[in-house]
Design a protein around this ligand. Structure first.
Ligand code: 9D3
Length: 268
């Protein structure tokens, strides 16, 4: 996959993409990430990328011309070909007004040969970019950031780790590939926070078994795999109820799990 990032802060991306899986994916040639300085697509002495909003109001807006010129220079297919799926390319505008980025979007973008991420800044971006240049407008969550740079790094990381071969022999992917229905769920957009069942993951422990008076739970030390499985499932249910009750809605539970969960709900 080739990813292009369009930004007024090109130096921002020295760092976040040069570690771990994203670094290795680039070294292996699975991903090529290019950063484009929006100011290089201006023509005035001050390299102006923003202007005041028509109709008045607070703040500044990213001008359309440098963004359209930048995209022209990238040799991206026409928007109608991208939208119709005639080419596997996406142009994504990062904005606070976008659709929420989820694992499902990550899985979809991982199918693309090419993706362009446009980082919004200031109060926003001229809407003609949204309507006629980008084919998706994405936000990474309901909180206010100062621009699309961190979100772009988030999206690149989420997408690149899904590229075939990117995670290598990492135990977490091996475990994922055990169960066919997990892969299917992930392809269908299962949340990365979820284990195989749409719940949060169970808690993990490693050595030492005793640490400053804090013991690893007994069940994990038994070597009884049936008991360990049940313990993990119960802790995952507890944690999901406490931290992400919304995930329990769409999650199919066995009779035993439903009973356990009802018991938990009565407790508080
Ligand atoms: C008047 C309200 N505005 C400012 C408080 C809205 C607003 C404009 C521009 C809020 C944020 C931004 C800049 N943010 C992004 O460009 C952005 C973003 C975000 O703020 N949160 C989550 N995802 C993203 S992607 C791009």
């Amino acid at each position: 996959m080739r990813a292009d990032i369009v930004t007024i802060f090109p130096d921002f991306f020295r760092g976040p993409l040069d570690y771990g899986i994203t670094r290795r994916a680039q070294e292996m040639g699975l991903a090529t990430i290019e950063i484009h300085d929006l100011r290089e697509f201006t023509h005035d002495r001050h390299r102006t990328v923003d202007d005041r909003p028509f109709g008045g109001g607070e703040g500044m807006v990213l001008k359309p011309e440098p963004l359209f010129e930048c995209l022209d220079s990238l040799g991206i297919a026409p928007r109608e070909d991208r939208i119709a799926g005639r080419v596997r390319q996406s142009v994504v505008l990062l904005s606070a007004q976008g659709q929420r980025f989820t694992q499902a979007f990550a899985a979809e973008l991982a199918q693309r040969e090419r993706m362009v991420l446009i980082c919004g800044r200031y109060e926003g971006v001229d809407e003609r970019v949204t309507d006629f240049l980008a084919d998706r407008e994405l936000s990474v969550g309901d909180y206010v950031l100062s621009g699309g740079e961190l979100p772009a790094a988030v999206i690149i990381e989420a997408v690149v780790r899904l590229l075939p071969g990117a995670v290598g022999n990492d135990a977490s992917t091996q475990q994922e590939s055990f169960t066919v229905d997990v892969k299917t769920r992930i392809a269908e957009g299962a949340d990365s926070t979820c284990g195989s069942n749409g719940l949060l993951d169970y808690p993990h422990y490693t050595r030492p078994a005793q640490f400053r008076g804090m013991a690893v739970p007994e069940a994990l030390m038994t070597g009884n795999h049936e008991e360990i499985r049940r313990w993990r499932r119960q802790r995952a249910l507890e944690k999901t109820l406490r931290n992400r009750p919304d995930l329990l809605e769409g999650s199919p539970l066995s009779d035993e799990e439903s009973k356990f969960l009802d018991g938990l709900k009565k407790m508080d």
